[in-house]
Write a protein that binds this ligand. Structure first.
Ligand SMILES: [Zn+2]
Ligand SMILES: [Zn+2]
Length: 153
């Protein structure tokens, strides 16, 4: 997902998906929630609560937290974090595309990475084998790399 796509049909269809997902859990797609989802689309990378408050000054921090919690429960947003100290949020993969993250343990920066299709298939297949050995039915996986970003180094 790139950050410089114009707001067009793809955004409209994504907003429609979010609307449907919230509706499923009896939640409304309020203007505050729409603004947060639009911010995720514009940013194109995981954002912190401070990023959200900075970009949407009319939205009180407490409301931003509440919206994020509700969007998470509805399966629209997921939390990505190197530690509790550094929470970032992004649209759930089922609304975007499967990817992994580089997490800086020094500043909390999160960088999206997408392995090649060959690597992704190999990783999935190996994880599926490990899961099968435990009689576990896998649905998805999350692999995040912890380390130090270029700025912090
Ligand atoms: Zn860093
Ligand atoms: Zn993967």
């Amino acid at each position: 997902m790139s950050g410089d796509e114009p707001a067009g049909d793809s955004h409209a269809s994504l907003h429609a998906l979010v609307w449907a997902r919230l509706r499923r859990v009896d939640q409304r797609y309020t203007s505050g929630r729409q603004a947060i989802v639009e911010l995720f689309l514009q940013a194109g990378h995981p954002v912190s609560i401070s990023d959200i408050v900075e970009a949407l000054p009319a939205l009180p921090r407490s409301s931003a937290y509440r919206h994020l919690t509700d969007l998470q429960s509805a399966g629209v947003v997921r939390r990505v974090a190197a530690s509790d100290e550094f929470s970032r949020f992004e649209l759930d993969e089922n609304l975007t595309a499967h990817h992994h993250h580089l997490l800086c343990t020094s500043c909390g920066r999160v960088i999206d990475i997408t392995p090649s299709a060959v690597v992704e298939r190999a990783v999935s297949s190996h994880l599926n084998e490990l899961a099968a050995a435990e009689d576990f039915e896998p649905h998805s996986h999350r692999i995040d790399v912890l380390g130090i970003c270029a700025v912090c180094r």
